[in-house]
Design a binder for this molecule. Sequence first.
Ligand code: GCV
Length: 713
Amino acid sequence: MKKSFLTFTLLLASYLLMANDGYKLWLQYYPLENPKSEYREILGNARVPGESPTLSIIKTELEIARSGFFGPATLQKDSNSPKLIIALKDTDPAINKNTTPEEMAVLGEEGYLIKKFSEAGQNKILITANSEIGLLYGTFKLLQTIQTGEQIPNTGLSNSPKIKHRVLNHWDNLDRSVERGYSGSSIWNWHRLPRHIDQQYLDYARANASLGINGVSVTNVNANALVLTPEYLAKAKALADAFRPYGIKLYLTARFSSPMEIGGLPTADPINAEVQAWWKEKTKEIYQYIPDFGGFLVKADSEGQPGPHNYGRTQAEGANVLADAVRPYGGIVMWRAFVYNEKTPDDRHKQGYNEFKKIDGEFRENVIVQVKNGAIDFQPREPFHPLFGAMPKTPLMMEFQITQEYLGHDTHLAFLAPMFEETLKSDTYANGKGSLVSKVIDGSLHKYPLTAMAGVANIGTDRNWTGHHFHQANWFAFGKLAWDPETRSADIAEEWLKLTFTTDKKFTEPIQKMMLASHEMVVNYMTPLGLHHIMARGHHYGPGPWVTGGGRDDWTATYYHKATEKGVGFDRTASGSDALGQYAPEIQKEWGNLKTAPEKFLLWFHHLPWDHRLANGNTLWDGIALHYQKGVEEAKANVAIWESMEAHVDAERFKHVLSFMKIQAEEAVWWRDACLLYFQQFSKMPLPDGVDKPEHDLDYYLNFNPKFVPGNG
Ligand code: GCV
């Protein structure tokens, strides 16, 4: 056996045997299959001219990667003849010599260029950019390329983000609870801040930078005004200082009533001069703490949060007062479109559109309206929000939910990239065919000067950050799609698997397939055929199609499924709430007609009899039951697929994933049986062949009441 092969085998064996708690995320830097790889010398002989916090992060990253790929015994540096040069233009002659002004121009502020070149008969690589952050992004890209075994094209690898602000939204409270968080407590230890900067903050920033995420809103949108007081601003400043070298800006959530709660004013009316002056003063103070503060994220007039409605003002009047305050410093306001009220006698689906469409063009230029992917609330599947494409004069940004509030929380494997991709690829028809949501978001459709994407984080103090190891892939996917909303889910899954586990196809191919099918599987066992909002009350964990009554009808399941003996589903066509009328005529025509309506949205837009015939000839009842069954069968099959992967995964992650998958398979059965027994009271039809008989009766599920479910804000 050759020595190099033996070394690799030993390295790999020790990697697999090592306890791996997943803390290293997709930055594993596990031994390379080819120990003779040219990268051994290239990474061992790098020149990064200059000194700065970001440049030193780059140097450290090269060290970590090099020793991971090749083991600690590596080449000595030969700085006279470097093989890897990472530098801004004009800071290294090799960069000037081997790049053109045109190549540099397309990179913009954050892009990078990786190029192979040859010098004195030696193969070398350069990474260049117009900013140090671009260099950091380029370094991560090179290391990811090496780990996944991809090639750098001879023409070079040039990339820059399509979206300007790529922001994680933490719904973290100051007491370290996390609204809709399922992976432990908040990683922000406000009590210890500002004096203690935990290593985890830096590891978090590093992970984000490796994906190109460049903004973080650290506090819950159900905001606490305290965060804007000097005591907390000093703490926020400490976080902002820690994030800065990684290219990450800090944003804060602003409670609309702050001028009253912490400012002592009798009102928060946005047209009141004292209120306006208060926001300006407060903002000035924030910028004294954090000179590159990103701006405010605001949830107003929604679910009990204060807002401009309290004073009879519009959302634009509310947003503009904050926008005027941050504008002199280059800050922005991300104003959420998630505005709805149980007292509005209209389908909840329609309320956000009705509120915002009419004020298109009334926002200041540094406001961007943050719109959830769908009009209700991050359901397992939703049609795209009708506001996309409907506000040509107001920049809109996407808000995805990475944390799985409605998709089984921490234990259910659901790879969300296909769900995000489905929304981004939806055609709004705003400017004719091909007016995809992705083009609204990247600004190209309506020429928005401001672009952004937000993801509600799934990160907590769990050792592996996200509860389920596979939910790291959802954080990863968000970063990739925020950089380029046209990235394919299949590519994201493949890259994540190779970086996180192994490049061995015997593992990556079946597991990639499993990941790509997992979202549809969850939809099948939770909310098939357009059913929605049928989860348990409050904590939203497990099924609850029977949820009815209580203070708010729009927080029940019966409001949405409307099941009776006559049928099931929400009629949102012209004969019902006409939410469909908020979409383009082409969509109204297609989705409104039962012959052409996509079955995945059937009961979202139509109320249909139980014996309605689906495209395949099945009755609606049989179709619902068979979808639930299919979801259960897949969840069970996934357990077996994962079991067969034992040889390819370290024991710690293997066992962790396996036990979560078993929970998922059990709970898929829970969802299927509870929902089918509930709906069967109305359909009065037998379960079709092939659908397992429930183990318990409906009463059992009605009385099943999990206690202390996390994340219930
Ligand atoms: C932060 C849903 C969630 C709430 C969340 C809200 C929002 O209603 O259940 O926990 O509040 O969305 O997005 O503001």
